[in-house]
Design a protein around this ligand. Structure first.
Ligand SMILES: Nc1ncnc2c1ncn2[C@@H]1O[C@H](COP(=O)(O)OP(=O)(O)O)[C@@H](O)[C@H]1O
Ligand SMILES: [Mg+2]
Length: 404
């Protein structure tokens, strides 16, 4: 059976829009969701309907049309764009494809050409059953969700310090989102008073674009950008899954790495972030309650499609006297290998926290900082093939491959 695709058209000229619509209405596998006769309104149409395919006719104002394609590609990567024009010179076609259009078709459009292109776009598109995640990751930065196996396990310390380590690598642009809505403290660790928070974004979600985001993110001296948790507990109810999905999709189109410090309550907003994440760093320590909780959480992750495969176990505070369980025992108990280990150094961690500085500025030579710097290099594109410095971290280098 043919799968129905939802479509939206933007064409300011009725002389070309009407025949295009009539042609589309004749295609069984297409559902024409929306039409717009203005380039400037089409972004909102796409936002509202999230069509699988947007057809944009460029003839009325090619520059505006191309700009629109570029913006839509960045903001709504799950919508494929088909550019249409009566201009068919190679230079122009190339320009449309470079601006982000998946395909180009000349006007007047022939049904056969349209069907061929629809087929091709379908082949390139993510399988809808796999959800949002693959569509976005095909075109954007990496979303790293940091989940904990109990309170005080070190998630915020890891999120902030990994973020700063990643930012110190010149090719990276990194943002940290504090999704611990009630009890987040990324702003304390980095010693700043938020001017804007997630609640400002949630209450203006329809106006949020890349320019808006730039204005609300806090920039730390390390280069890390931060989106803090809401100041006011009353604002928690303002923030829903769809805000998080939209926000993360926008952020990943601008940043190379989006780190999300999750809450420990696995709220719907946390699950939404995990669903679109590329990797979930499930953080534990070599002690009973943490290892037990990881063993309990993993089967739950299996019940949400795609989550389990993205989980990587990160052991924090390795070497501390409190860590009574061996790594091998823990791996056997939870049924998954350890992906990364971060050493214990209470003096460095507490000192950095009290100074409101990241480790990379407060204690760059401390063991946890070096461990996180190495992880940052692995998570930076192209670094996955480096030779591991120590055998204990070997599993990290098969990061995108199968788990050991
Ligand atoms: N690798 C580490 N070595 C020593 N202390 C650590 C380490 N990681 C975290 N800590 C300490 O553990 C405590 C809890 O860390 P935090 O990041 O707030 O955890 P969470 O966000 O999971 O609640 C803090 O006092 C922090 O300084
Ligand atoms: Mg925390």
């Amino acid at each position: 059976m043919l799968e129905t695709r939802r479509l939206a058209i933007c064409d300011p000229n009725t002389a070309t829009r009407d025949p295009l619509r009539n042609l589309l209405l004749g295609v069984e596998s297409i559902y024409l969701e929306a039409e717009s006769n203005r380039y400037e309104f089409f972004r909102d149409v796409v936002e509202q309907y999230r069509p699988d395919l947007a057809i944009i006719t460029l003839d009325s104002d090619p520059n505006r049309g191309l700009q629109l394609i570029q913006n839509l590609t960045a903001e709504f990567p799950q919508t494929s764009i088909l550019a249409v024009s009566s201009r068919t010179d190679g230079q122009f076609i190339l320009q449309t494809l470079r601006s982000g259009a998946k395909e180009f078709l000349p006007l007047p459009m022939q049904l056969e050409d349209l069907l061929t292109v629809l087929d091709r776009i379908k082949g390139q598109n993510p399988d809808p059953s796999t959800g949002l995640q693959q569509g976005i990751s095909a075109t954007g930065g990496m979303i790293i969700a940091i989940a904990g196996s109990r309170g005080g396990i070190g998630c915020t310390s890891l999120a902030v310090n990994l973020g700063c380590c990643l930012s110190s690598i010149p090719e990276n642009r990194v943002v940290l989102v504090d999704l611990d809505l009630a009890l987040g403290d990324t702003n304390i660790l980095l010693d700043f008073r938020p001017a804007y928070t997630l609640s400002d974004l949630a209450s203006n979600i329809n106006e949020v674009d890349q320019k808006f985001l730039k204005g609300v993110l806090f920039q730390h001296s390390s280069g890390l950008m931060v989106l803090p948790h809401p100041e006011n507990l009353d604002d928690l109810g303002l923030i829903h899954e769809e805000h998080i999905l939209r926000l993360l999709s926008l952020l990943r189109s601008t940043f190379t790495h989006v780190i999300v410090d999750l809450s420990k309550s696995f709220r719907p907003t946390d699950v939404a972030a995990m669903r679109v994440a590329d990797v979930i760093l499930l953080t534990g320590q070599l002690e009973l309650s943490s290892i037990h909780n990881i063993a309990r959480l993993l089967p739950t992750f299996k019940s949400v499609e795609g989550l389990y495969d993205k989980v990587r176990i990160l052991l924090n505070r390795v070497g501390s006297d409190d860590q009574k369980i061996s790594k091998a025992k823990a791996e056997e108990f939870i049924g998954m290998g350890v992906f990364w280990q971060v050493s214990n150094d209470s003096r460095a961690m507490m000192g950095a926290r009290n100074e409101g500085k990241p480790l990379i500025q407060f204690a760059p030579k401390s063991k946890p900082c070096l461990d996180l710097m190495e992880l940052a290099r692995v998570l930076t594109s192209g670094a996955e093939n480096e030779t591991p410095a120590e055998p204990k971290k070997k599993s990290a280098f098969s990061f995108f491959g199968s788990r050991k």
